[in-house]
Design a protein around this ligand. Structure first.
Ligand SMILES: [Cu+2]
Length: 109
């Protein structure tokens, strides 16, 4: 079941992106710091905000978040520290760009 959920994330990573993850098993700032050091240093991550129970990651410009690497980092952390952190939910955050990207150019006639 867990695997199925994780696999379903891969289909959603086509665009460069920001994800919000709900993480189970975090209960204190110690958890927070461990996850921070395990995940935030992964390649391709531009922004990394970790709170107790959740984290929000943004990929570098034009890149996609490596969901497998993130899951792997948590697994490694779990093994090393006998913790049980897991991603319970991943939500893609649509970047609301305030620039003109959204303003569609009028069709040339
Ligand atoms: Cu803790």
């Amino acid at each position: 079941m867990k695997l199925l959920i994780i696999l379903s994330f891969f289909g959603l990573t086509a665009m460069a992106d920001t994800y919000e993850y709900t993480i189970e098993g975090m209960s204190c700032s110690g958890c927070k710091n461990m996850i921070k050091s395990a995940v935030c240093g992964l390649p391709g991550i531009k922004e990394c905000k970790v709170e107790i129970g959740s984290m929000k990651l943004t990929a570098e410009e034009g890149k996609t978040l490596d969901q497998a690497a993130i899951t792997q980092a948590l697994d490694d952390l779990n093994k090393k520290n006998k913790e049980d952190y897991k991603i319970a939910k991943a939500t893609k955050v649509d970047e609301v760009k305030t620039s003109t990207t959204d303003t569609k150019k009028a069709d040339k006639k």
